[in-house]
Design a protein around this ligand. Structure first.
Ligand code: MCN
Ligand code: CUN
Length: 803
């Protein structure tokens, strides 16, 4: 395991007060006392199960539910027709499309929801699915995204009067200027244009806890309570309110403990809606919990980006411009989750960490007969794809020009004095010291020695010896996390700002209510630390309440690593507001004027220059509830609320270096070392940050080497179980070697940047670059993920697998 003293603490300037304290929530998790949706049992609760389509594309001729309805333990059978009667057969998606809750006309992917059975127990509900008789008329499926727009292809979304499978075209950057630089580079002797096609395959977040919900409609009060696996309880409540026409005070969304989200739990799934209808129809609570295959086959996938990257570069390695075209496979319904104005998410940051003259990208989205979704899985809204594209392209440039990839990056990285830096596509990066971060990673890895070892192994390989080939892969990423600002960022009209409420009890203990929802990130600890530091009390004395729409202020939820950048800022602001109120009370207590007081890091308001005259937050809290005479207009008690609308995103960065050993005979890849230097600004809890990075690095190894949700030509999903969709374990992962630099975010109240997705974003290109580097003796320039032994072996044979 990682030895903390072994870590590069490059940043002496880290402010004091935060630190690696153990996670408060773990007291219940390590004792098996977590409360997940499936742990909740309500009186008179019934159980639902979903009937799914076995076909990828078919017309529904008829559905006969009579045998299922006749089953003595079945309470209701719901079909698309039932829902159509309630106006609920289709629901809006987060991307302004509609999605079938239960299919009425056609099924459009394998695993699509067709009917819902409510029964006494989950086994009966499942068994009764077998009693439903659906007659399908099979249609030709559209599986290959590259064929989706071809002449004569079947039209998937005929429900929308569409005549083709086109969803959107979106572009970013200055096309004319970019094209002009490319034309120049093509004509000039001292410049080149480098082109490569690459696929970021369809993968799945695969949280250990699958998705589910319990709907409980109280027929007397008319209040609907939904216990559900959601990363965004408030947004879900408002969307339910809008779709069902119910007022928000009649809706309560509770997100209890969540067993991993990774983006999979951002959207609203048909099963959630079915449990609600099931409860309304039966008058009893209805629980629905999907199984592993249902989760892998029908819920939000990630990526599926077919990308062509082009780089205009001088022969001595100055990158001038980048041009990209993407074909985005969005499945049968456009259900991607990202701010409304960003159909390709934040892919616009594909210019990466480099100083470019110009850049342009175009993205075309298409429908295929596959599950919908499209951003989930620790992606920061498509930044995974963007970082993969640019970091793979930089290595391709290094390969073609015969330059060292570390040297090439150093030559092109933004310099610290360029911040704030506006990219060629209009993003304003807030802060960073990129060359230093890369240097820390190179030093920690011993880059020069590694290259020397590699040269020796290559020499022995060339001499005919049977040796493993060593590969060294680098990536440098810039993340953009913390959506809003709400002026430009919303989900279905809901602006991306977060509320926070803080109340200090008379004894000086506090309760903090936040709108974001942890799925394992440790918010009950880190948010307590933020408030505690501002108030000068112990984090143990701050209770964090989250995940219940009746108990917490409105906010947009946890995804895009926005909790710390947005709700973390709200927490610091609300605590400072309380501290200012405490100052007024302290002045009254000590009978001095407010201006005479100064705040002490020890958590006391003190009369300037007089250490004997001070009061603690606990003393102030008690006084604020007492009969102490307070100035005119000050009401007493210690509490406050805020809404924080971020002025900009925060831009964490990192330099990653992966070392692999590849057996050219079998294609087997062994990840020998992985050095990850992250800069997420001020770290609130370094232990939690490192845990986040560890998880994301494992994700990256999984995606790069073993994961892919593939389909056969009939549209059968080939990744529907964990026998086929592989999760990386400790056996495939090395002992991570972490380092850090700290460049605080200038606009965040405590200088913190998000980190939750950094490692998932940054690690896949490092692993792929390492494997491709290992295969250099075979002339390999690129190979697509997942780099399974078969893919690596084929690439070494000069026949890379292409999807
Ligand atoms: N943190 C910190 N100092 C910083 C930045 C963050 O101490 N400078 C702490 C935070 O306070 C928080 C954690 O690190 O406890 C992650 O913070 P942040 O980067 O703000 O990300 P979020 O809390 O918004 O989490 C979302 C992010 C996303 S989008 C995915 S996807 C993902 C991820 O978190 N899903 C996860 N990490 C996950 N970790 C677990 N265990 N489970 C998931 O589902
Ligand atoms: Cu894109 S996965 Mo995280 O933003 O919930």
């Amino acid at each position: 395991m990682q030895n903390p003293s072994d870590q590069v603490r490059a940043a002496e300037e880290t402010p004091r007060g935060y630190g690696s304290m153990k996670r408060k929530e773990d007291a219940r998790f390590v004792r098996g006392r977590g409360q997940y949706v499936d742990d909740i049992v309500l009186p008179r609760m019934l159980h639902g199960a979903v009937l799914r389509s076995p076909l990828a594309h078919a017309r529904i001729v008829s559905i006969d539910t009579s045998a299922a309805e006749a089953h003595p333990r079945v309470h209701a059978v719901i079909t698309g027709e039932t829902l159509a009667g309630l106006g609920l057969a289709w629901m809006p998606t987060l991307s302004n499309d509609v999605q079938a809750v239960l299919a009425t006309d056609k099924v459009r992917f394998q695993g699509q929801e067709v009917a819902f059975v409510v029964a006494d127990d989950k086994y009966t509900a499942r068994d009764a699915l077998g009693l439903i008789d659906v007659e399908y008329e099979p249609l030709d499926p559209v599986i290959d995204a590259k064929q989706a727009l071809a002449e004569g292809m079947p039209v998937i979304r005929d429900d929308k009067d569409k005549t083709d499978n086109h969803i959107f075209d979106w572009e970013s950057g200055d096309r004319a200027r970019t094209d002009a630089i490319f034309a120049e580079a093509e004509a000039a002797d001292d410049q080149v244009v480098v082109v490569e096609d690459m696929l970021y395959p369809r993968v799945h977040p695969a949280p250990l806890e699958t998705c589910g919900s319990i709907a409980d409609m109280d027929p007397v009060s008319g209040k609907l309570t939904i216990y559900t696996t959601t990363q965004a309880p408030h947004a879900h409540r408002t969307l339910y309110a809008l779709v069902a026409g119910l007022p928000e005070h009649k809706l309560r969304v509770v997100s209890p403990d969540i067993g991993g989200g990774f983006g999979n739990k951002v959207g609203i799934y048909p099963g959630y809606v079915c449990s609600i209808v099931g409860s309304i129809v039966t008058g009893r609570p209805v629980k629905w919990m999907e199984d592993r295959s249902e989760n892998l086959m029908s819920t939000s996938f990630a990526r599926d980006y077919h990308m062509r990257g082009e780089v205009a570069v001088t022969r001595d390695g100055k990158i001038r411009a980048v041009r990209v075209h993407v074909l985005a496979d969005h499945g049968a319904f456009n259900g991607t989750a990202q701010p409304t104005a960003f159909p390709a998410g934040f892919f616009g940051v594909f210019t990466g960490s480099y100083d470019l003259e110009a850049a342009h990208c175009g993205v075309t989205g298409v429908y295929t007969n596959k599950a919908s979704g499209g951003v989930a899985y620790a992606c920061s809204f498509r930044i995974t794809e963007a970082v993969y594209l640019i970091e793979r392209m930089v290595d391709v440039v290094a390969h073609d020009l015969g330059l060292d990839p570390a040297e090439l990056r150093m030559r092109n990285l933004l310099r610290p004095e360029q911040f704030p830096y506006e990219t060629a596509t209009g993003w304003v990066y807030d802060s960073g010291d990129y060359p230093r971060t890369l240097q820390v990673a190179l030093d920690k890895a011993g880059y020069g020695d590694l290259r020397a070892e590699q040269a020796e192994l290559r020499r022995r390989h060339d001499a005919g010896e049977r040796v493993k080939l060593m590969g060294i892969g680098l990536s440098f990423f810039t993340e953009a996390v913390g959506a809003g600002p709400r002026r430009t960022m919303d989900i279905m009209g809901l602006g991306m700002a977060d509320g926070a409420e803080l109340r200090v009890h008379p004894t000086g203990k506090a309760v903090l209510r936040i709108s974001v929802q942890s799925q394992g990130q440790g918010h009950e600890t880190t948010f307590a630390q933020i408030a505690a530091k501002e108030l000068g009390i112990s984090p143990d004395d701050v209770e964090v309440v989250h995940g219940d729409s009746d108990q917490t202020p409105f906010g947009l939820g946890t995804y895009g690593s926005r909790s710390t950048p947005v709700s973390g800022a709200a927490t610091a602001m609300v605590a400072r507001k309380v501290r200012e109120r405490a100052k007024i009370v302290a002045a009254a207590m000590m009978e001095v004027s407010v201006e005479d007081l100064e705040w002490q890091e020890t958590g006391r308001w003190q009369v300037a220059g007089d250490p004997d005259a001070s009061v603690s937050m606990a003393e102030i809290a008690m006084a604020s509830h007492s009969n102490l005479e307070l100035p005119e207009g000050v009401e007493g008690h210690l509490d406050a609320t805020v809404v924080y609308n971020p002025p900009n995103l925060t831009y964490p960065c990192g330099a990653y270096l992966c070392v692999v050993d590849v057996d050219p005979g079998t294609g087997d890849v062994d990840v020998r070392r992985f050095v990850a230097v992250d800069d997420c600004g001020v770290r609130i809890n370094p232990m939690i940050v490192e845990g986040q990075v560890h998880g994301g690095l494992a994700d990256g190894v999984g995606m790069a080497l073993m994961q892919g949700i593939a389909f056969d030509l009939d549209g059968n999903c080939l990744g529907g179980s964990m026998m086929d969709y592989l999760l990386p374990t400790s056996l495939e992962c090395p002992s991570w070697e972490l380092g850090e630099t700290v460049t605080p975010s200038p606009h965040h109240p405590i200088g913190a940047k998000g980190v939750g997705e950094s490692a998932t974003v940054g690690s896949p290109p490092a692993v792929v670059n390492a494997v491709v580097d290992a295969l250099a003796p075979f002339g390999v320039r690129h190979a697509d993920m997942p780099l399974t032994p078969a893919a690596v072996w084929s690439a070494a044979q000069g026949r890379p697998l292409r999807t």
